[in-house]
Ligand binder design. Sequence first.
Ligand code: MF3
Ligand code: CO
Length: 262
Amino acid sequence: MIYIRNDKQIEKMRSAGALLHEILGKLAEAVRPGMTTAALDAYAEELIRRAGATPSFLNYRGYPASICTSVDDVVVHGIPSDSVVLTEGSILSIDCGVELDGWQSDSAITVPIGEIAPEKQHLIDITRQCFFEGARMAVAGNRLGDIGHAVQSLAEKNNYGVIRELTGHGIGRNMHEDPNVPNFGEKGKGLRLKKGMTIAIEPMISMGSYDIMLHQDGWTVSTADGLPCSHYEHTILIGDGLPELLSFPSFSWEEYLSTLEN
Ligand code: MF3
Ligand code: CO
């Protein structure tokens, strides 16, 4: 079932998104070498609950934490742990979801730990740009394949791999709703997008092959070749024009598009 949100529902998703944006900003600021991912998770849960919201990930299908912390070759769903200490030179994806007043928001960023190699920074930058290239296509009348194609084109132009077995998703009252939103595809193919749909676009881009493997813990997904992977995600609202980034309220398309031209 794919829902079209009304103004009241959109307002609630805006509130959830704004809160999540603020929390991810604070988490990114707190990250430093020597910190454990469990400490970052504890801080995330505190921030979420202090705001009167609920951590969407905690207990979701048995998931044991409020964020996913995925270091270097971990693609997604890294479980925060006392035994994972962040070290200089790594990249960390922080994925977080909140439920506020019955509505969900889901967003992920990848941040450097201290000084990182330029190749890793490039991977982070292109992954972020893959998101925006995909999001630009998320316009009423376009199709899901237009989003996937845009993400895939930029990634592959940079000789990166697009993770195929994991996708973005519809989001609303539930964190994961229809449709799946793949990061690859063909222009003009797939579901037609309509004004009022809310989806999470989340490119997972690897420095090598897109093959992945699932760890024994049943959650952690890493690249099969052990090369680093980056992740970037926002919850967005589809309208007639460019989409509204619900989990990035301060974002301006005008500003973004002008940086591309220069
Ligand atoms: N942002 C993640 C996603 O959309 C959600 C993490 S799954 C959880 O796939 F189980 F950890 F909650
Ligand atoms: Co998601």
